[in-house]
Write a protein that binds this ligand. Structure first.
Ligand code: CU
Length: 507
């Protein structure tokens, strides 16, 4: 069941299209377009992941595990992103002759709406599913397939979607259109993901961190940070001007040992708009280094500090308005290992949480602007792991194998919201509370409170294969972008959990 979970989200229909009416699309800026149900798609995805996750398997697992193909109207949750190749199979649904989508975002949908963009080459494959004669015709493009005569016969045709609008496709065999063989092709203006195709992937892969420092004495460690301002992909079709350390959110994971001397070189490229700096919470001294590192565009500064206390610490930009710099992505973690290091684990991950305060409501397409009023009144639109919506679900999930021990270094850049960090379906074996590695870890913890400008380390052994979900258990935030997957390959041990009564596992 776990393996199908990700698939479900791709073609799960919108459940509550009416909810979009409560969110106003901004019409006053050209080029801004409200994504139809975009945020709902995420909400639906989150809902499905939450309710299909092993953690909630005790409630209604059976119907959720294999939802029936959608037979109601409404666009697929993420059909906006569907490929320009569509496969339709003829068939019968609810007593009518229909086309049924095959594969991709339209899989299983009856007479699916085909979403394409202006100028795209569209290819439609037609498969005969029951043996009567059929074809597909789109009058507005003078495009049609040849007739498929026998069961399993197929045909392919293509055309350029040069005209914007919503058009019918249908079967031209006498009576078939009336009998139900009709759907819509929606040709949207502008190029597909034109903005995000230019936009950089700013997501720091959660597996991107250096290994343990090992057995060595204290030394000088040089850290190179570059304050890069760049337009990055916040969501599909949505961009934001990020301010970063080294072009990713969070910045690089810095790893030293207690007693090391850390020499930080902060370089601000000449094409930056803003001055930037860095404050290391692992440092002792004025501004954590921020006083020495206020750096104008085109300049470079250096600050050196001694790593006196082991622990997991946040670093962040500390140039006014500091909240603006942090929300835009300027935060990261530094681990100061104790003498001898931390207990060894099989896999380590690096995840940070932050919020974005955009003028436009969550889910709007286009280029987002920072809203200073929302920032200072703490009204975020987005909650994010590693900088973007879908960062740890669609593009960079965490992967592990059953039986392995996993460690997550989890920090909150914020700037404002405390996280209630939780992994659905898991229990943390050890938590280095408040990021302290000098105190013994707390054992057996469900949810960890992590303050802005704070961090923690959680260790756990994965006993059972399946999908686990990283969340802030303030779960409304999952509706605004905050979720991640830990995908665990390996046996789904029925002794540990199984659907149904206990006796089923006895043999
Ligand atoms: Cu900055």
């Amino acid at each position: 069941m776990d393996n199908t979970m990700l698939e479900h989200q791709k073609w799960r229909p919108e459940r509550n299209p009416g909810q979009t009416s409560g969110r106003k699309a901004r019409q006053d800026r050209p080029g801004l377009r409200k994504r139809g149900g975009g945020w709902l798609a995420i909400a639906a995805a989150c809902a499905s992941l939450l309710f299909l996750s092993p953690a909630s398997a005790q409630t209604e697992t059976a119907p959720a595990a294999e939802p029936a193909p959608a037979t109601t109207g409404g666009a697929a949750a993420q059909s906006y992103h569907s490929a320009t190749i569509f496969t339709l199979k003829t068939g019968i649904a609810e007593g009518r002759m229909v086309y049924i989508g095959v594969g991709g975002d339209i899989n299983g949908q009856v007479n699916p709406t085909l979403m394409v963009h202006e100028g795209e080459l569209v290819q439609i494959n037609l498969i005969n599913g029951e043996g009567a004669e059929h074809d597909v015709v789109i009058d507005q493009y003078a495009a049609r397939s040849s007739i498929v005569v026998d069961k399993n016969a197929s045909s392919t045709f293509s055309f350029t979607a040069s005209k914007v609008g919503e058009f019918s496709y249908f079967c031209s065999i006498a009576g078939h259109r009336e009998a139900g063989m009709e759907g819509l092709i929606r040709v949207m203006p502008g190029q597909r993901e034109a903005m995000s195709s230019d936009a950089a992937d700013v997501v720091r892969d959660p597996a991107d961190l250096p290994g343990p420092v090992g057995q060595r004495g204290p030394k000088v460690v040089k850290v190179d940070l570059e304050t890069v301002e760049l337009v990055g992909k916040l969501d599909d079709g949505t961009t934001y001007t990020y301010w970063t350390f080294n072009s990713k959110v969070p910045g690089p994971f810095v790893r030293v040992r207690v007693g090391d001397t850390v020499e930080v070189h902060l370089k601000n490229p000449a094409d930056s708009v803003m001055a930037h700096s860095v404050d290391f919470h692992a440092a002792t001294g004025p501004g954590g280094g921020a006083h020495a590192t206020q750096t104008d565009p085109g300049d470079e500064t250096v600050v050196t500090f001694k790593a006196l206390k082991p622990g997991i610490y946040v670093y962040h930009c500390a140039t006014p308005s500091v909240a603006h710099h942090i929300t835009s992505g300027m935060y990261g973690l530094i681990l100061v290992e104790p003498e001898g290091g931390l207990p060894q684990v099989d896999r380590e991950f690096y995840v940070m949480q932050g919020e974005l305060y955009t003028v436009e409501p969550f889910g709007t397409q286009g280029e987002m602007e920072m809203d200073y009023d929302k920032l200072i009144s703490e009204r975020p639109e987005y909650f994010l792991f590693n900088g973007a919506v879908g960062s740890l679900t669609k593009t960079h999930p965490l992967y592990a194998n059953a039986g392995e021990t996993v460690r997550i270094y989890f920090g909150v850049g914020g700037p404002n919201f405390t996280s209630s960090f939780h992994v659905i379906g898991e229990i943390f074996d050890s938590v280095y509370s408040m990021g302290s590695v000098l105190s013994p870890p707390v054992q057996g913890v469900q949810t960890v409170t992590v303050a802005p400008g704070g961090a923690t380390i959680v260790d756990f052994k994965i006993d059972r294969g399946g999908h686990y979900v990283l969340v802030d258990h303030a779960l409304s935030r999952a509706e605004r972008g905050l979720a991640g997957y830990l995908i665990v390959d390996g046996p789904e041990d029925d002794d540990i959990m199984h659907a149904g009564p206990a006796e089923q596992a006895a043999e």
